[in-house]
Design a binder for this molecule. Structure first.
Ligand code: 5GP
Ligand code: ZN
Length: 112
């Protein structure tokens, strides 16, 4: 989608601090972190929210959750949230599916 900010990040058209990627997914630092760890994990293809991603491409959803879990293991002490705001009333502001990995406690060794 040409006017989607996260599609532009996937395309490299706007900058992001990329953390990691996988076949179907990309992870990057949230531009406005609300916790000491705040990383977004998105599918590389456009789906409006996680429910639409699950319906359209379950393999990509599994890939996204696996990438997010790996990142959480690398960047937190093992306690984290992995949340998908779905719909404007739930606080979704970017309508390209994304999970937020947030944690109060970064992993002490191995960088953050
Ligand atoms: P939502 O409220 O839709 O669940 O979350 C959208 C998230 O995307 C917010 O936490 C916001 O800070 C982040 N965000 C919005 N625009 C950009 C951007 O251009 N770059 C990055 N890295 N994060 C963004
Ligand atoms: Zn998009």
């Amino acid at each position: 989608m040409s006017d989607c900010v996260f599609c532009k990040i996937v395309a490299g058209e706007i900058p992001a601090t990329v953390i990691d990627s996988s076949e179907h997914s990309l992870a990057f630092a949230d531009i406005s972190p609300r916790q000491p760890v705040h990383i977004l994990v998105i599918p590389k293809s456009h789906h409006a929210n996680v429910a639409e991603l699950a319906a359209a491409d379950p393999e990509a959803l599994v890939d996204l959750v696996q990438l997010g879990s790996r990142i959480a293991a690398e960047h937190t002490n093992g306690s984290f949230r992995f949340t998908f705001n779905t719909g404007a009333d739930a606080g979704q502001t970017v309508f390209h599916a994304h999970g937020h990995i947030t944690a109060r406690t970064p992993k002490e060794s191995g960088g953050n």
